[in-house]
Write a protein that binds this ligand. Structure first.
Ligand code: 5RP
Length: 226
């Protein structure tokens, strides 16, 4: 069992009867979905789920998890997802899966947000390993890009894996992947991006994680504060 699988199984064991569970997106979230489905199948665990992306919805459906539409709910018990970066104050960078609107909605709607990582995701500052994903309205991307360049950002629209087109989110946004100077801390950057017209959502998740679960030397360690 690899670290992602181990932490995902640990999280799935904490899910209680009757919970409404938000499903994240990505390889770690997939392990969690599979283990939750196994518990439902083999242990009769009664849960409902809501997904953060089309991808995780299809996965949940294929495993016969009872899936609710996000438009039918206004809160959930727990949201369980991975992250690309986590700082010591539990600020997250997310969005390689590029459905940021649903991910942040679920993180905010959840009584608890459990973040599952392996040690490679730990960083000193947001943006250390990855650019910041920024969802933009298609007609606004050039203006948004210029505004972000005036703040010192560099980057461009995200391309598809084989570079023959642009990535588009489920709801029709384009994604700018932008790198910023280290002088802009995540709090400042979060505020700047929240206040940039044309930005639909971005990958900095501040003050949303309840707990980060990380595998260290084969053991799952919980971090609530640093
Ligand atoms: C998707 C995400 C993922 O949670 C993040 O990319 C981590 O993925 P993985 O579990 O595959 O390492 O933010 O938008």
């Amino acid at each position: 069992m690899n670290d992602k699988e181990r932490v995902a199984h640990h999280a799935a064991q904490q899910i209680k009867e009757g919970m409404l569970v938000g499903l994240g997106t990505g390889s770690t979230a997939n392990y969690f979905i599979e283990e939750l489905a196994r518990r439902r199948r083999e242990e009769g665990l009664r849960v409902s789920v809501v997904s953060s992306s089309v991808v995780s919805a299809i996965k949940a459906q294929s495993l016969s998890l009872p899936l609710l539409g996000i438009e039918t709910i206004n809160r959930i018990d727990v949201y369980v997802d991975g992250a690309d970066e986590v700082t010591p104050d539990l600020t997250l960078l997310k969005g390689r899966g590029f459905d940021l609107v649903r991910e942040k909605l679920l993180a905010r709607a959840a009584d608890q947000f459990w973040v599952l990582i392996d040690p490679s995701k730990r960083v000193d500052r947001i943006g250390a390993n990855y650019p910041i994903p920024i969802e933009v309205m298609p007609f606004a991307w050039q203006m948004v890009k210029r505004n972000l360049e005036l703040l010192g950002g560099r980057g461009d629209l995200r391309q598809t894996a084989n570079k023959d087109g642009l990535v588009m989110t489920s709801y029709g946004s384009l994604v700018l992947d932008m790198v910023f100077d280290a002088v802009l801390d995540s709090r400042t950057l979060n505020n700047l991006l929240n206040n940039t017209p044309g930005v639909v959502e971005h990958g900095i998740f501040r003050n949303l994680a309840s707990v980060v679960l990380c595998v260290i030397d084969g053991q799952v360690v919980e971090q609530r504060t640093c």
